[in-house]
Design a binder for this molecule. Structure first.
Ligand SMILES: Cc1ncc(COP(=O)(O)O)c(C=O)c1O
Length: 373
C-alpha cells in the first residue's frame, strides 16, 4: 500500500524555486522589497481588487482589517458560527464581543435572512455591530452583493474571510469582491500555499494603505521612526512572497484539479444511500478547497467519526467539519442566532483528502474504504 494520504498538503509547481532564487540574489531576505511588491500587485489583479497588502498570515489580515474598520473594546462583531476560529479570534483579541449567526443549509455560509432580521432588531435597539465577517466556507463564496446591501442599510461594514476561497467566484466576481476588504490565507493546507502568509485585498486603497502602515509598527516616514500609534509586526517575508508568486501562476490548474477531485468523489460515493455532498450555490463556482460529505447515520448506519477512524486505520487523513463556534468552550455563553443548521452539518460532515497531487488511484483508495464501511 502506498504512503499516507494527507487532507490537503502543499503542492509545489516547481515555479517557486526561480522566484526564491531571485529573492536570495536580491538579498531582500526581509519582510519588504520588490518580491513582496510584485506579489501584492499580481494578487490584487487576480482577485480584482484595487490593492492588496501581503501579511504574515490570514489571521493577521483579518485582524488588521478589523482594526481599520474601527473594531475595538466593547464592540460587537458578527460572524457565521460554522467556521474556523481565525474568522473571529482577532475580534476577540481586539476586545470585541462575538455574536454567532447560523448558516444557510443551501450554501453553508452565513444565512442572509437571519442576518437581516438580526440587524433590523439591533438597529431598533440601538446595538448594531461594528462589523460583520462573512466566511467563504470550504471555497463556497457568499453572495457579497446581498450581504453588503443588508449591512449597508445599517452602515455596518462587511469583511469577507475568503481564506479558503481563493479563485472561487460568485456571479463571475472573485471571492471577496465587493466587501469592504477580503482576507486570504497561504497556510500550508490552502489551495495554494507559500508555507504561510496572508493577504488583505480591497478596492479601498486607503484601507489597504492603513493596514500596510499598521503592519510595519505604524512607522511614520521619519529617519528616527516617529510613532503616533502602536502598530503590529505582520508583514510578509520576501521568501514567502516568492513562493506565493510561483503558486499563484498555477492557481487555475489547482482549482480545476480540486473540482475534478470533488467530481470523482461525488460520482462514486454519491451512489451510497445516506451520503450527500456540500452543495454549490448556483451563482458560485467554488474552488472546492476541500470535498466535504454529509452522512446520514439513520440511512447509512454510519457516523462521520466511524468513517474517519476507518480511513485513519489505512493511513488516510480526513477531518470533521469545523465545530461551530457557539459549541466551542471558549465561546460558551456568547450570543447566537439559530445554530441548528450548523450543528447538523457538523454532526454529519467529514472533509475528505483533497490535495491536488492526489492521483485517481488515491481517490479510489479513499472511496473503496468508505464503500467497505
Ligand atoms: C476560514 C479561515 N479563516 C482564517 C484562516 C486563517 O488563515 P491563516 O492560517 O493564514 O492565519 C483560515 C485558515 O487557516 C481559515 O480556514
Amino acid at each position: 500500500m502506498s504512503g499516507r494520504i494527507f487532507l490537503s498538503p502543499p503542492h509545489m509547481s516547481g515555479l517557486e524555486r526561480a522566484f526564491i532564487d531571485e529573492a536570495f540574489a536580491s538579498n531582500y531576505i526581509a519582510p519588504c522589497g520588490p518580491m513582496v511588491d510584485a506579489f501584492e500587485r499580481e494578487f490584487a489583479e487576480r482577485v480584482g481588487a484595487a490593492s492588496a497588502v501581503a501579511l504574515s498570515s490570514g489571521t493577521a489580515a483579518i485582524k488588521l482589517a478589523l482594526v481599520c474598520l474601527g473594531v475595538g473594546r466593547g464592540d460587537r462583531v458578527y460572524c457565521p458560527t460554522l467556521t474556523f476560529i481565525a474568522s473571529i479570534g482577532p475580534a476577540v483579541h481586539l476586545g470585541a464581543t462575538p455574536v454567532f449567526i447560523d448558516v444557510d443549509p443551501g450554501t453553508w455560509t452565513i444565512d442572509p435572512g437571519l442576518l437581516e432580521e438580526k440587524l433590523a432588531g439591533d438597529a431598533a435597539a440601538g446595538r448594531l455591530p461594528k462589523a460583520v465577517v462573512s466566511v467563504d466556507l470550504y471555497g463556497q463564496c457568499c453572495d457579497i452583493e446581498r450581504l453588503r446591501e443588508i449591512c449597508g442599510r445599517h452602515g455596518v461594514p462587511l469583511l469577507s474571510d475568503s481564506a479558503e476561497a481563493l479563485g472561487s467566484t460568485f456571479g463571475g466576481l472573485p471571492a471577496g469582491k465587493g466587501a469592504a476588504a477580503a482576507a486570504f490565507s497561504f497556510n500550508g493546507n490552502k489551495i495554494i500555499t507559500a508555507s504561510g502568509g496572508g493577504m488583505l485585498a480591497s478596492d479601498d486603497t486607503a484601507l489597504v494603505a492603513r493596514a500596510r502602515y499598521l503592519s510595519t509598527q505604524a512607522r511614520r516616514p521619519a529617519p528616527h521612526y516617529e510613532h503616533a500609534e502602536a502598530g503590529y509586526n505582520d508583514r510578509m517575508s520576501s521568501l514567502v512572497a516568492a513562493a506565493g508568486r510561483g503558486q499563484l501562476r498555477v492557481l487555475d490548474e489547482r482549482i480545476a484539479a480540486r473540482r475534478e477531485i470533488f467530481a470523482r468523489y461525488a460520482a462514486r460515493l454519491g451512489k451510497i444511500p445516506g451520503i450527500t455532498f456540500m452543495p454549490e450555490a448556483p451563482e458560485c463556482r467554488a474552488n472546492r478547497w476541500l470535498t466535504v460529505l454529509q452522512i446520514d447515520p439513520a440511512e447509512s448506519g454510519k457516523t462521520p467519526e466511524g468513517l474517519r477512524l476507518a480511513l485513519e486505520e489505512e493511513d488516510i487523513e480526513s477531518r470533521p467539519v469545523w465545530k461551530p463556534m457557539h459549541m466551542q468552550p471558549v465561546f460558551a455563553g456568547c450570543e447566537k442566532v439559530g445554530g441548528a443548521v450548523a450543528e447538523r452539518i457538523y454532526s454529519r460532515g467529514l472533509c475528505l483528502p483533497s490535495g491536488t497531487a492526489m492521483t485517481p488511484a488515491d481517490i479510489d483508495r479513499v472511496c473503496a474504504i468508505i464503500e467497505r464501511c
